[in-house]
Ligand binder design. Structure first.
Ligand SMILES: CC(C)(COP(=O)(O)OP(=O)(O)OC[C@H]1O[C@@H](n2cnc3c(N)ncnc32)[C@H](O)[C@@H]1OP(=O)(O)O)[C@@H](O)C(=O)NCCC(=O)NCCSC(=O)c1ccc(O)cc1
Length: 153
């Protein structure tokens, strides 16, 4: 599968009064990780939605997460994401967040390929995941997205 690892710098605003990352931020990062995975595979969701008014993206239908160790302000953590199962209209993602050798969180999600329901365009319908998306996300490849260092000019 196409495996994406992306660095995330924990900022002050990600943390709660206990001075550890507040849990909804991990869900936000899981969302961003899927967008990044699709984007590096050649499928930019914002562009796809702009071009196809009935496309609704990749709605979440199931998810779980095990929080194993906390992250703190300043930490450079890494989010690893890949598809772990292809269904027909659905697919599973595996998420792992690490700080050095330490695993912070392991999660799994089920997504569907979403379109407007033809019988009621205000509601959603799952449709088969396009073959081109399956092929691109199934490539045996690793992509690392690192944060850029600031340089003085
Ligand atoms: C998505 C739905 C329209 C799917 O309904 P249907 O069109 O009738 O599809 P089906 O019930 O046949 O299910 C389709 C597939 O999904 C699977 N599925 C559906 N629900 C589940 C759950 N709960 N668990 C596991 N698998 C599921 C189902 O097994 C089918 O799998 P395949 O065999 O691989 O095809 C409906 O379940 C729904 O409206 N759910 C609510 C979704 C929602 O509100 N999610 C949270 C907000 S959206 C969101 O977060 C988002 C993120 C990113 C985006 O780009 C877009 C949206």
């Amino acid at each position: 599968m196409l495996r994406l690892s992306r660095e995330i710098r924990v900022e002050w605003g990600h943390c709660d009064p206990a001075r550890i990352v507040y849990n909804p931020n991990f869900y936000d990062w899981m969302e961003g990780g899927l967008l990044a995975l699709l984007s590096v595979a050649g499928f930019d969701l914002a562009t796809m939605i702009a071009k196809d008014v009935d496309f609704r993206g990749t709605p979440l239908v199931r998810g779980d997460a095990s929080f194993m160790a906390p992250a703190r302000v300043g930490d450079l953590i890494v989010h690893h994401v890949e598809v772990s199962r292809w269904g027909g209209k659905s697919f599973d993602l595996s998420h792992r967040f690490t700080l050095g050798e330490t695993t912070l969180l392991e999660g799994s999600q089920t997504r569907v390929w979403g379109r407007a329901n033809p019988d009621n365009p205000a509601s959603l319908a799952a449709v088969p995941v396009p073959d081109a998306v399956k092929a691109a996300l199934s490539e045996d490849k690793v992509i690392r997205l690192t944060l850029h260092q600031e340089t003085q000019v």
